[in-house]
Design a protein around this ligand. Structure first.
Ligand code: GLN
Length: 478
């Protein structure tokens, strides 16, 4: 009840697209009953959670924040949604996003932009313009980042304990960073993608957003594991783990991608991307110091091909989008245009009415890259570059590095008014410059021979977040 009340009082944030009040109350009652009988279903029994609106939820509208899917009620649950419910979690509703998860601001969905809860914190108000500024109320609020901004805002404003996001280039990590919550992009293959409406199948992973690292580990333990409905999931059994109170990092080797002192001179500089703010640089080196002080070995490493990940992503993402979006033709799902002179004109009108310009732009670019005369020059080359990027990671991890330490975003969350000034089509991918390469490098396929590599990758990342958390305060927005 408290969560549902809080969702109502924080409506301004626009974090939720659908609030499943009735089912949530029913699930909560059932959970209470199970506790009364002393038979809780699992570790998440009774825990209120939210799910990004690009995961299928049986009987609950799933829109991808698009006109194309408005009114679409899936007949089945995504595997991750089912697993949450099998553990007894209470599904509060579906969270806002950029249309079809294409974006990095959560500003581009048909239900309007998501507002960052921190915009209403005392600290932010003190920093921003005085109330007399006519723009103040409407425009001085900052974005959540995206595309899982609704999930990040939902966790950050305490309306739920955990939320699912998705991450293809940074969509879980980016809004988590901007909203001051924990965002985990699991290793590709660790969690099933079945029922996650695809953006880029070869890079998509369900992401986890929570208030603290321990919660992320618990949710991960409930979701990870092989799924016969997703052939890319890892076959090895996943052992849920508990994080120690004080993680021992003294035996870890932390790699910091090469950093030159001049940030903007050379666009090819690894991870020292143009636009990286001095504040982020300072936090980055502070995090490295925390590791050093805790006894870890911190070394500089080189990932020479990672600066190409954004341009490479542009080709691979749009190619997969062109193919994925072909299913939205007005026949099987969601929207169908009234135009009916011919089948072709119905297809065209449906897609014109159903998709925003970002989605349509990507479909066009992707089909261009896939044309017979362009395929070798673009798609095949991008695949080769992807392999080089992935190999960079393999080399570094094989050299004995356990964790790579990098920032997530280039700067703090920017005000909405500034964010929308720029061309969203460029911005939506440029913003992922620090996170994208990890999605290119599909570890499960690349690191071979380790008995439980996927699991140890996750553990290392988790302990890393533990340490980083010392740098930030847990948000408190009311
Ligand atoms: N920002 C990237 C894009 O627009 C990645 C989005 C994502 O991770 N879902 O494609």
């Amino acid at each position: 009840h408290k969560c549902l009340a809080l969702i109502k009082s924080t409506k301004l944030l626009n974090a939720y697209i659908t609030v499943a009040e009735e089912t949530a109350l029913k699930q909560a009652e059932e959970s209470e009953e199970r506790y009364r009988r002393g038979q809780p279903l699992g570790v998440l029994d009774g825990i209120p959670v939210a799910v990004k609106d690009n995961f299928n939820t049986a009987g609950i509208e799933t829109t991808c924040a698009s006109n194309m899917l408005k009114g679409y009620i899936p007949p089945y649950n995504a595997t991750v949604v089912q697993k949450l419910q099998d553990q007894g979690a209470v599904l509060l509703g579906k969270t806002n996003l950029d249309e079809f998860a294409m974006g990095s601001g959560s500003t581009d969905g048909v239900f309007g932009p998501v507002r960052n809860p921190w915009s209403y914190s005392r600290q932010y108000k003190e920093k921003s313009a005085p109330k007399s500024d006519p723009e103040h109320e409407e425009f001085k609020w900052v974005i959540t980042g995206g595309s899982s901004g609704g999930s990040a805002a939902a966790v950050s404003s305490f309306t739920c304990f955990a939320a699912l996001g998705s991450d293809t280039g940074g969509s879980t990590r980016n809004p988590a960073a901007h909203c001051g919550v924990v965002g985990l992009k699991p290793t590709y293959g660790l969690i099933s993608r079945h029922g996650l409406i695809p953006l880029v199948n070869s890079m998509d992973v369900p992401g986890i957003l929570t208030r603290c690292v321990d919660d992320a580990a618990v949710v991960l333990g409930s979701l990870a594991g092989h799924d016969p409905k997703d052939s890319t999931t890892i076959q090895d059994a996943f052992q849920p783990f508990e994080l120690p109170n004080m993680p021992d990092v003294s035996k870890l080797c932390i790699g910091i991608p090469k950093l030159s002192s001049v940030a903007t001179d050379n666009p090819k500089q690894e991870y020292n991307a143009p636009g990286l703010s001095s504040e982020i640089l300072a936090v980055w080196s502070k995090a490295a110091d925390l590791f050093k002080n805790a006894g870890a070995k911190v070394i500089e490493v080189s990932l020479p091909h990672t600066p190409y990940s954004i341009v490479c992503y542009h080709v691979l993402c749009t190619a997969e989008v062109a193919s994925n979006m072909a299913r939205f033709d007005g026949l099987e799902y969601g929207h169908r245009s009234d135009v009916n002179e011919s089948t072709e004109s119905m297809y065209a009108a449906t897609r014109q009415e159903g998709f925003n310009d970002v989605v349509r732009g990507r479909i066009l670019s992707g089909n261009y890259f896939l044309l017979k005369q362009n395929y070798e020059d673009y798609f095949v080359k991008a695949q080769k570059v992807r392999r080089l990027i992935a190999n960079d990671f393999v080399k570094v991890f094989r050299s004995g590095v356990d964790i790579l330490l990098t920032p997530t975003t280039l700067s703090d969350a920017v005000p909405y008014i500034e964010f929308i000034k720029e061309d969203n089509r460029t911005r939506s991918t440029q913003d992922d410059i620090l996170t994208q390469a990890a999605n290119m490098a599909v570890f499960s396929q690349l690191i071979t021979g380790g008995e439980d590599t996927a699991q140890s990758c996750v553990r290392f990342i988790a302990s890393l977040v533990c340490i980083l958390l010392e740098l930030s305060e847990i948000p408190c927005w009311q």
